[in-house]
Design a protein around this ligand. Sequence first.
Ligand code: GLV
Ligand code: MN
Ligand code: MN
Length: 429
Amino acid sequence: MTDGIDHDSQALAREVIARCQALARFSEDAGSIRRTFLCEPMRQCHQEIAGWVAPLGATSRIDAVGNLRIVYPAVAAPAEAEAGAPRLFIGSHLDTVPDAGVYDGILGVVLGIALLSAIHGRKLPFAVEAVGFSEEEGIRFGTPFIGSRALAGTLDEELLNRQDAQGVSIRKAIADFGLNPAEIAQETISEDVLGYLEFHIEQGPVLENAGRPLGVVEAIAGQSRLQFTFVGRSNHVGTTPMNLRHDALAAAAEFISAVEHRARTTSGLVATVGAIQANPGAANVIAGETRLSLDVRHQYDDARNTAVDYFIRNAEDIAARRKLKVRQQTLMDQPAVSMDPFLVGQAHEAVGKAGCEPYRMVSGAGHDAMILAAKVPSAMIFLRTPGGISHHPSESVDVRDVARAIDCGVHLLDQLASSSEFQRKTQHA
Ligand code: GLV
Ligand code: MN
Ligand code: MN
């Protein structure tokens, strides 16, 4: 033991980090990480992981929405007999933002697989299914959680018809990857799934500031994503006087400042314009159209909805004053979600057994757990994020914290395997 951390867990933690780094080479971009929904590098990522889990006696498949599903059978249940057996899901996502770090999402998938190694072939009263979700970030289609929505049964027709910038629908992207969108409904999880656990880097500075390696998530903040389009009139920048312009980029700039001001002056609110496209996009042409993303988050749904209403009115006021038009489209309205109190209590206990003082917190980042929580008891454990940096290539994690998370995960599996309350859930599921 070093720092009270088990040697085996430290070796596994080094392997987890090396594996996360190995997956980083499967990218759409040379020299940086980008792996969006069902791109070809995702297939290589699946193949690499499938090679790691075969020696553990686990089976892997790609489901109809491109999630990697790895099943480690329950005690006395051969893999072939697993269909319908009670299962505990452990997972996170395999897609990334552009110019991503190595660990967001990926760590939770790889750590879930490390837990299968850490129990040394021991079988539990339930199967463990490690899941690598195909899409959580919402980059390709502007809509996040495509992978987890399929399991929750909420990937509806409207969503399947959404298109990416090239006009390819989600449905077509699935078919192009060699999967059958008609089979998505069969992936909806049923009573045989006992719960969902997700390990994830915190992606913020709270645990580091508190000096705690691991956090227990009690709730995940709600989020809204919208798209605004300001439509003005393109014209010559040299000949059009300032008072006779209908500049869609100047309107967008005013809107962005208003969004920032409102969020800075509203407790607990975060609101961000993270992407903007100006057309035609030339130095000597007044922009005739701008398209902006807006992401709004708050722990309390009322506060988030009030802010969204304000932003829509504000965009309309700016457009009216500048004699432009504005259109807006809501891409996502995801309420805040509480984690399951029983699993939160179990996670708290397991963090303590791993030698860490647990820290209870609310997640400002969205996670697959917020989608699965609507269907099954769900819980999340956060790992401290050095510098609080994420969605950036310098994202990192401390190998000792990964080892602590592995210790914690093994304790948690053992607790659930011997918990009468969890066994009751198993029997009545
Ligand atoms: C996912 O990373 C999100 O919170 O946007
Ligand atoms: Mn992310
Ligand atoms: Mn993530």
